[in-house]
Design a protein around this ligand. Structure first.
Ligand SMILES: [Zn+2]
Length: 311
């Protein structure tokens, strides 16, 4: 298999997470007070950006303080410049946050268009993805799944502890397989009703307990398109922070070719030739059909198929 391409969204320059330091409260407090440290601010699951020049997601401590005491803070790690990054969930509205800095306009923009349009550098997109997943997890795990009592955060935001039964709860990642099934010069793509008009993508589905990712690929392709496949091969993976999936990109070979669609999952599925996929990626398809943009791993599975490196 080729080296996975490096333009997949949410995968570039992951932070040094300093996980061995998370329980060192004095160390974490020193980092929080370090003037070089920066803060990613969120209202619910939407990140804030300073709009002086372009889009700037990095707030200094004295700027972050103007938004009030955060509901939740997580130490994300240290970037390649040695700066620590924290994620903060604010107890404010988008409207109030917009004018919190007086001289500097602040805008809330959903992370998906930020990533898709490349509004900030790729390493910041990755850090915003980590932040979004972590803050979402805290928001949805305020009560113990074991006994129902409130939980408190610990470990610089990387676990929650129940005050009653002492159970510890850790952030979860939901694995999803996304697979390009090939049949010689053709590959299988489908479209869900909520896709943009004319867009087709690789099939995907959550891995269920007790499954390997190879089993999940086989089951999902059979369920959604009625196609049996084999020879599942790993391609690359992508964190997908909506809210906390991990996309596991695979190739597989079809062992039969007659499509039977599960209409609850897919609006359409069909075989596309290599030339047709190349036109979809290049925006030149005769019928105006398209494929996912480069920030999505599906784009890179398709690009690899077109280049002949992924089968
Ligand atoms: Zn409990």
């Amino acid at each position: 298999m080729p080296t996975p391409p490096h333009a997949i969204g949410f995968t570039l320059d992951p932070l040094d997470r300093m996980s061995d330091k998370r329980d060192d409260e004095a160390f974490v407090a020193r980092l929080r007070d370090d003037p070089a440290t920066r803060f990613l601010l969120f209202v619910k699951d939407v990140p804030l950006f300073k709009r002086t020049q372009g889009h700037d997601a990095l707030f200094a401590a004295q700027e972050a303080a103007k938004f009030g005491t955060p509901i939740q803070t997580v130490l994300l790690g240290r970037d390649t410049d040695g700066r620590a990054l924290f994620a903060c969930a604010l107890d404010t509205s988008v409207e109030t946050a917009a004018s919190a800095l007086e001289a500097v306009p602040v805008e809330a923009i959903e992370l998906r268009p930020v990533a898709m349009q490349g509004l900030v550098d790729a390493p910041i997109v990755s850090a915003l993805g980590e932040a979004r997943s972590m803050l979402d997890w805290h928001r949805r795990h305020r009560f113990c799944a074991n006994c129902g009592h409130p939980t408190d955060d610990a470990g610089a935001g990387w676990r929650r502890i129940c005050g009653n039964c002492r159970a510890q709860h850790f952030p979860r990642v939901d694995p999803v397989v996304i697979m390009l099934v090939t049949d010689g010069e053709r590959c299988l793509l489908g479209r869900q009703p909520q896709f943009a008009p004319g867009m087709y993508s690789a099939l995907a589905g959550f891995i269920e307990p007790g499954e390997t990712f190879e089993h999940a690929v086989y089951r999902e392709v059979l369920e959604e398109a009625g196609i049996r496949c084999s020879d599942v091969r790993y391609f690359a993976s992508q964190p997908w922070p909506f809210p906390s999936s991990l996309m596991i990109g695979c190739f597989a070979r079809a062992t039969d070719t007659e499509i039977r669609i599960d209409e609850k999952e897919l609006e359409d599925a069909r075989w596309f030739t290599r030339a047709e996929v190349a036109a979809m990626l290049g925006g030149t398809h005769a019928d105006g059909l398209s494929a996912p943009k480069p920030f999505a791993i599906a784009h890179h599975l398709l690009r690899s198929f077109v280049d002949g490196t992924g089968e």
